[in-house]
Design a protein around this ligand. Structure first.
Ligand code: 5GP
Ligand code: ZN
Length: 115
């Protein structure tokens, strides 16, 4: 999966504004932010999305809510509230096929998940 954009970011072959990293996960600012805080949290190991979890990526992904909460606190949006979501497949609008969760906050995000 050497051509995968987010694999390249995880390997530091493409620059990104990293906000968190551990052995299995990395988080970085979205290049086209949809909110004042818009961070992408990914497992370093490649999988396409939530429909393609392997035991390794599932174990890493299970820690993402906890990491998101930590980043939310560091980014100053814990009190205001935040949203964590992952788009899976075409109807969800997934555009990068390396599992990622969007952490969004810093403004009222609206109540609707779809239109
Ligand atoms: P998706 O649409 O797959 O749920 O989300 C992909 C996200 O990746 C989008 O929000 C998009 O702005 C972001 N993105 C695409 N290319 C890059 C990039 O090269 N660097 C960063 N930091 N974010 C990217
Ligand atoms: Zn990848």
């Amino acid at each position: 999966m050497s051509e995968c954009l987010f694999c390249k970011i995880a390997r530091k072959e493409i620059p990104a504004a990293l906000v968190y990293e551990d052995d299995d996960l990395v988080a970085f600012k979205d290049i086209f932010p949809q909110a004042p805080v818009h961070v992408l949290i990914i497992p370093k190991a490649h999988c396409e999305g939530l429909a393609d979890l392997t035991p390794e990526t599932a174990a890493a992904a299970a820690r993402i809510p906890q990491v998101a909460s930590r980043i939310a606190a560091e980014q100053g949006i814990q009190a205001g509230g935040w949203r964590l979501l992952s788009n899976c497949g075409a109807d969800a609008g997934q555009t990068v096929f390396h599992l990622h969760f969007h952490l969004l906050g810093g403004k009222p995000l609206g109540g609707k998940l779809c239109q």
